[in-house]
Design a protein around this ligand. Structure first.
Ligand code: ATP
Ligand code: MG
Length: 381
């Protein structure tokens, strides 16, 4: 293996930063492409190319300077990456996988054709079409913008027929699909890594609690039956088997009252619900992403301790500089690890950092996590 390996990453957010942290431990070089000079990963990168994620010239420059390209955001330019790949340049996960995942309708169609259970869905072609779909699926139903949505910002819950017009207005003109509402009892996810040799390993199942559409807390191990755990693992590995390319993938799923497991969506990158693996597993999702894209051996991640992760989010009603208060008190709590991403500006519900709590049992980890959450505050400067 060439040393040092130069890894080019499109996107310099917290995921890029945490990939870089693991890469640096092994002395790999990191080159980041991001439009912001002070993006979270900038402090750990050997070089920063300042450009939009979709800028073809900048992507070519990144390729020239790196041995391999990966991405930490779905906004990357799948067309430009495909053109690199056609010149035998290594891009992982495959740009075709990115293209499929970038559009929620394309993604769900792909999953359905590969016999993976997803909620009923269809493209909304007109207001009349939406009205008919609402009648067919029943209400509530979830209207989703097909592209460029994250943290639930591309979702609108249609609770009654008189909300249909408002829902369409909300996305004015963007391509949308309607999804049948799943009255889930739990949301879970699994991180799965695959290298180019086809070796596949999965992480333990995480249980995810969302607040206002954003992930608030991840609990590991998930409080589910063995049967649901096995179903979820099988579904996650089948999904990765159907998608091309190496890397780590986050598979989000719903669990119903009847113990059915339904796939919600796939992320072709490290995932917020896998952050716990840094402290709680024998290997983290970030190291496995690096190993997977470099076609290195993937060891089976073992859960070393129960863990709870809570996100630190920007406060409502404030855009601008901020301070995180309570760090001294937080760090006095045993079992707490603090991650601050270093974003310069806070926005409502923006992910600014996270806390992982490990403890000898889940109950203790959960009560410590609640205490940790109360201790830390994001305040306006
Ligand atoms: P993220 O970036 O947080 O993964 P996203 O913007 O890509 O989210 P989704 O994962 O599709 O959006 O949806 C966000 C949340 O909305 C889900 O985690 C779930 O709580 C809820 N949700 C989405 N689809 C459905 C559905 N069909 N039925 C019930 N709830 C849903
Ligand atoms: Mg999601």
């Amino acid at each position: 293996m060439k040393n040092p390996i130069r890894i080019g990453i499109i996107g310099g957010g917290q995921l890029g930063k945490m990939i870089a942290q693991e890469a640096k431990r092994m002395s790999f070089e990191i080159i980041i492409l991001d439009p912001s000079e002070d993006c979270p990963a900038s402090s750990l990168s050997d070089e920063l190319i300042l450009a939009d994620f979709k800028n073809e010239l900048a992507i070519k420059k990144l390729a020239k300077k790196s041995d391999i390209i990966t991405y930490e955001i779905e906004l990357a330019n799948s067309k430009a990456l495909k053109s690199l790949e056609s010149q035998r340049y290594p891009v992982y996960p495959s740009p075709e996988t990115l293209r499929i995942i970038q559009n929620k309708f394309r993604q769900k169609s792909f999953l359905m054709h590969n016999h993976i259970i997803v909620p009923k869905f269809d493209l909304v072609r007109s207001e009349e079409c939406l009205r008919n779909l609402c009648t067919e699926y029943g209400l509530p139903a979830m209207l989703k913008a097909c592209e460029d949505s994250y943290d639930g910002r591309g979702n609108f819950l249609i609770s009654s027929k008189n909300k249909i017009y408002q829902a369409l207005e909300f996305f004015h003109g963007r391509q949308c699909m309607l999804e049948k509402f799943i009255p889930f009892i739990k949301e879970i996810s699994i991180m799965v890594a695959r290298n180019s040799h086809g070796q596949i390993v999965s992480f333990p199942v995480s249980e995810n609690i969302h607040k206002n559409n954003v992930l608030d807390m991840t609990i590991v191990p998930a409080r589910i039956s063995k049967k649901v755990g096995l179903k979820a693992k099988k579904m996650a590995e089948k999904t990765i088997g159907a998608l091309k390319g190496a890397g780590i993938f986050g598979i989000e799923m719903f669990v119903t009252n009847d113990e059915d497991v339904i796939l919600n969506e796939v992320a072709p990158r490290p995932h917020n619900s896998g952050h716990y693996s840094i402290e709680a597993c024998s290997i983290s999702q970030f190291e496995h992403h690096i190993r997977a894209i470099l076609d290195l051996p993937l060891s089976k991640p073992r859960l070393l301790t129960p863990a709870v992760m809570v996100n630190i989010l920007g406060s409502e009603g404030h855009i601008g500089p901020y301070k995180i208060k309570g760090i001294r008190q937080l760090l006095a709590i045993p079992g707490v690890k603090l991650h601050i991403y270093g974003k310069k500006i806070s926005k409502p519900r923006r992910k600014l950092g996270h806390i992982t709590v490990t403890a000898k049992n889940l109950l203790e980890a959960m009560s410590t996590a609640e205490r940790a959450k109360r201790t830390i505050r994001v305040v306006v400067e």
